[in-house]
Design a protein around this ligand. Structure first.
Ligand code: SF4
Ligand code: SF4
Length: 169
């Protein structure tokens, strides 16, 4: 049978309990007085770091205008989400699209599948494919979420100017 607790023991237990509660609430109060970290997007566009590659893809061209993409499909094979579809075709002297023997006749990226992992960019042997800093990807239909080659060849709109962002202001 245990000894009855003394008043001293009870006082120490109460003091310990108060200490624990005070430590717990100190976390709450520290958060209450911290600077607000909420960004009022899209009114406020917080710039990304200069080397951030987290957004929509871009198909690049050489300085002479020829496409860098040679339609090799390595990006499509590397994609873990099966988001890329490439159909290659041969260049001809009359129809020279890329700097290689072949070019991408069809190039599509499905942004309902893409997880922005960048594996496709790593796999590309010609640096034809890069990720940009434009993360403003919103769609009204499944079809709209599939970007065609002509769209991917265009640089994305600056952040804050995508259709729909103005309505949010
Ligand atoms: S970023 Fe990743 S998920 Fe998106 S298309 Fe490239 S490989 Fe696929
Ligand atoms: S983007 Fe690169 S990896 Fe993909 S088909 Fe074109 S050249 Fe090949």
């Amino acid at each position: 049978m245990s000894e009855p607790r003394t008043e001293l023991d009870a006082g120490a237990a109460i003091a310990r309990a108060i200490g624990k509660v005070a430590r717990g609430f100190s976390v709450t109060f520290r958060q209450v007085f911290r600077k607000d970290a909420t960004t009022q997007y899209p009114k406020e566009i917080r710039p990304l770091p200069p080397r951030a590659h987290v957004g929509r893809h871009l198909l690049n061209r050489h300085e002479n205008g020829l496409e860098k993409c040679i339609g090799c499909e390595l990006c499509a094979w590397a994609c873990p989400a099966d988001a890329i579809y490439v159909q290659g075709a041969d260049n001809t002297p009359e129809h020279q699209v890329s700097a290689g023997e072949r070019y991408a006749e069809t190039y599509q990226i499905n942004y309902l599948r893409c997880i922005m992992c960048g594996f496709c960019v790593e796999a590309c042997p010609t640096r034809a494919l890069t990720l940009t800093d434009n993360y403003e990807l919103a769609f009204e239909s499944r079809e709209d979420a599939i970007y065609e080659k002509w769209q991917l060849l265009e640089p994305p709109l600056p952040l804050g100017t995508a259709p729909g962002t103005q309505e949010g202001k």
